[in-house]
Design a protein around this ligand. Structure first.
Ligand code: 26V
Length: 828
């Protein structure tokens, strides 16, 4: 099939752009074969698809390395401030296409593989997702890494190299079943193992005093070992490092015990130490109070701070300069132990005065809050903190006391009811605290952090989230990207607000036709995929109505489902009423221990089975719940969506980022005034957004109305009918009472006000039906969403952090032409 004699054009002189490309593709083919042969030890005839994929990845990685070293060198020599993004999660997905597109080597790779008798799409599809995150917070961190590189900001991402990422979801008779995720099974293609970068980290023991100095005598130690993945910018202008820590034993294998025949015991320390980086916690709301989780948090935070200080001390000798050289962003409170740990490193280990150490640490640190849900705000029992990190517990008390001195009324403390409140601790130790949408930031000021905000009125700032256009438009939606580039040139890819330039073309019939054709073809692709992968036939011209996100009560997938049931009943009662055909698409994982969310999963599947089997309603309604939602599935679904479901109870969704991806890809939003929906609606225009439901203030007032749920059900026969069907077991005839928990919750407590918002939601959906029937008008609204959503680029968000929080500057990066196709020439 393949041959090593590939010198056909490799030595040809580069006389034209075309020939230049040919040289590149031949070079690439050579290096794919070289990596396959000499790194993987495979003969082409014996190689399987994953071998080729890894060989291609290594060939691309090789081309990233020169840019990477050059960027590091530039950062070192310039003395510029570096940004450190500490995040417990990086939900990366696949990296091969991203790297290839950013390097501008897609055509070359395609040609090289064709020459080798291979298909690029098959190879891309073979890459497992790096699923080192739960949802929005982790995906935001991944978008930010790509944007940090693209804007040329010298930065490191720091996190944990989990052996097992987020569990895989399967449905067994409609129920969610979790299976371990194993992304490291095959050789990871992107990372570099750094055996030389390792830090010893300690836990437990006690603290003694020696001449007024605290001395920590820990009882346990592990080693954090670094693995680096280079993150390349758009057009390869800059590259940063994602450094993930893996836990190892301090003293490896116990040979003495092994020789005594205690084989399992000999390997025990290794297994125990490795446990720390073994699994990603899959619970993105309820804190389980797990000791291991606190260990994970300290493990990666402390390793990262040591690395940051080591780098600083190699370049500078005055610790007071630290805040000018290092901006450390805490992604949620998960790394909030950074406050006390930094104080310990500066005060205990380097002799800085305690007060100055606190001020210095604060000047470096800043904290992003991603949720106001009380159950998701981290609190650790003091006794646990004391047992695991006794010196840190002392320092937390000192930090809290120092803060209290400055506020005579002493209303705020990081210590309460025997717990350490990590949000308060992070706030006290950060010079800036940010929310992730305008509404969320205002709610932070008026609710959870109201007192702290009163004391520090300049500390809270807003940075509305964003998403990277390279992955979420350019790569995920090739047809739309080609149309945009044909119309306004390629500048939009790293200057997304240029999408505004599309609007003048809407008058040309041709533009909207092509826009509609792109959407139609994306939907046809998805329809084919649903047919082959899920054995589900759908009408590719139907309205594709998509809700994809973690399954959670506040996100209200069950409100969408109730509307689906009500619609189905109405269509069944009157099939000839001219219904707008719809495909309701759901995807999302429930946390393994979250009983209510798992019941919703089961119910969606059971409702889908009943509706999809109904021949009367089949032309108008189908329901699909796609298993194992992940980044790759999102990339497949978003470009094919007509309608984006963003229906959370107002005040509960901090921002949302899926909402931005949908709007950019020309799906209209049906949504509440929550999170970034508010800003999306402001930008795309209220006439291009389907708003419904209570505002955050109205939600709070409504909860005070006694019997609000019963009232709403009484007033809406459709809602009552859908609830009755569920309650009577219409979708679960084998166990009619299966969903009494769900219906009971909705009819009585209904904390998330599904019933109270239902009627408005139903009405919005019928407005949508009517609007979709006029395809020309709909496509115009969709195109307006694309043209006006450029502000939601993560490049804009990162520039906002740089200006308002980090005080960091981008470094001059050479233009694309200086870098691309420059072979092994370094950037200088
Ligand atoms: C919390 C916990 C608690 C312990 C176990 C594991 C775990 C994992 C993650 C979290 C954080 C949940 C917060 C979160 O993901 N918030 C989402 O952040 C997005 C990015 O800012 C935002 O768009 C979403 O609205 C928000 O829900």
């Amino acid at each position: 099939m393949t041959s090593m004699t590939v010198g056909r054009v490799a030595n040809a002189p580069v006389a034209s752009a075309l020939e230049g490309d040919l040289v590149t593709s031949a070079d690439l083919r050579d290096s794919i074969l070289r990596h396959l042969t000499y790194d993987l030890g495979k003969e082409p005839e014996m190689a399987e698809i994953h071998d080729w994929r890894i060989a291609l990845s290594l060939a691309l990685r090789e081309r990233i390395v020169d840019h990477w070293f050059a960027s590091m060198r530039t950062a070192r020599h310039s003395g510029a401030k570096r940004v450190y993004y500490l995040s417990m999660e990086f939900l990366i997905g696949r990296l091969l296409e991203d790297s290839m597109v950013n390097l501008g080597l897609e055509e070359a790779a395609d040609r090289a593989l064709t020459d080798l008798g291979l298909n690029l799409q098959d190879i891309l599809a073979d890459e497992p997702d790096a699923a080192l995150g739960n949802g929005g917070l982790g995906r935001l961190a991944a978008c930010f890494m790509e944007s940090l590189a693209t804007v040329g900001c010298p930065a490191f991402g720091y996190g944990i190299r989990y052996e097992h990422g987020l569990f895989k979801q399967r449905f067994v008779q409609g129920r969610q079943v979790e299976e371990p995720e194993d992304w490291l099974q095959q050789r990871p293609a992107w990372e570099f193992e750094r055996s030389d970068i390792a830090f010893k980290l300690c836990f437990g023991g006690e603290v003694s005093e020696d001449g007024g100095k605290a001395v920590w005598h820990p009882e346990e130690a592990v080693v954090a070992k670094a693995y680096d993945t280079p993150i390349i910018s758009w057009q390869g202008r800059w590259a940063n490092t994602l450094r993930l820590w893996s836990a190892r034993p301090l003293h490896g294998f116990d040979l003495e015990r092994f020789n005594r025949g205690e084989f399992a015991a000999a390997a025990e320390p290794e297994a125990l130490a490795r446990t720390i980086s073994r699994v990603l916690y899959p619970d993105d709301t309820t804190e389980q109070g797990k000791e291991l989780r606190l260990k994970q948090e300290f493990f990666f935070t402390a390793a990262s701070l040591r690395d940051i200080l080591r780098r600083f001390e190699a370049e500078h000798d005055n610790l007071r300069l630290l805040p000018q050289k290092a901006a450390i962003q805490l992604n949620d409170t998960h790394p909030a132990i950074a406050g006390p740990e930094m104080v310990r490193l500066l005060h205990d280990e380097r002799g800085m005065e305690l007060d100055e150490a606190i001020v210095t640490a604060r000047a470096c640190l800043s904290y992003t809050n991603h949720t106001l849900m009380p159950e998701a705000l981290e609190r650790w029992p003091e006794h646990l903190m004391h047992r695991l990190l006794p010196r840190h517990m002392q320092l937390i008390e000192r930090i809290d006391a120092a803060h209290a001195v400055k506020q005579p009324t002493r209303q705020v403390s990081a210590l309460e009811h025997g717990e350490v409140k990590m949000g308060e601790l992070a706030f006290m130790m950060a010079h800036k605290v940010n929310g992730v949408s305008a509404l969320h930031t205002e709610l932070m000021k008026s609710t959870v952090f109201a007192e702290l905000h009163r004391l520090h009125p300049d500390r809270i700032v807003n940075q509305t989230n964003g998403v990277t256009p390279r992955r979420w438009v350019l790569s995920a939606n090739r047809r739309l990207s080609a149309l945009i580039t044909d119309t306004i040139g390629e500048g939009w890819v790293d200057d997304l607000e240029q999408l505004e330039q599309l609007e003048p073309y809407f008058g040309d019939a041709g533009f909207l036709d092509r826009y509609a054709a792109a959407k139609r073809e994306n939907k046809a692709d998805l329809s084919n995929w649903l047919a082959t992968e899920m054995d589900l036939k759908v009408d590719p011209t139907a309205l594709f109505d998509v809700q994809i996100k973690r399954i959670h009560e506040y996100k209200r997938q069950h409100m969408n489902l109730l509307e689906t049931i009500a619609l189905w009943k109405e269509i069944a009662a009157n099939p000839d009423a001219g219904w707008t055909p719809r495909v309701k698409i759901f995807a999302g994982k429930a946390a393994p221990g979250y009983v209510f969310a798992k019941e919703i999963v089961h119910l969606i599947n059971e409702v889908a089975a009943v509706i999809n089997a109904d021949p009367v309603t089949a032309p108008y309604l189908k329901v699909a719940f796609l298993p194992n939602y992940n980044v790759t599935l999102a990339e497949r679904l978003i470009p094919a969506a007509d309608l984006s479901e963003q229906i959370s109870t107002a005040g509960k969704e901090a921002s949302g980022t899926g909402n931005m991806k949908f709007a950019l890809n020309g799906a209209l939003t049906v949504g509440t005034l929550d999170g970034a929906n508010v800003e999306i609606r402001e930008r795309v225009g209220e006439e291009n957004f389907f708003l419904f439901g209570m505002t955050a203030d109205e939600v709070i007032a409504r909860r005070e109305v006694p019997g609000h749920a019963a009232q709403a059900i009484e007033a809406d026969a459709r809602l009552a009918g859908a609830l009755a069907d569920i309650g009577e077991g219409r979708f679960s005839p084998d166990d009619p009472g299966r969903y009494h928990g769900v219906t009971g919750n909705l009819s009585h407590h209904d904390y998330f006000l599904v019933c109270s918002d239902f009627t408005a939601y139903w009405e919005a959906q019928r407005r949508i039906d009517a609007a979709f029937a006029d395809q020309n008008a709909w496509m115009r609204m969709a195109a307006i969403n694309t043209a006006r959503s450029g502000w939601f680029s993560s490049d804009r968000a990162i520039r906002g952090y740089m200006a308002d929080i980090w005080n960091a500057e981008a470094l001059e990066v050479p233009g694309p032409g200086d870098v691309l196709h420059s072979g092994r020439q370094a950037l200088g």
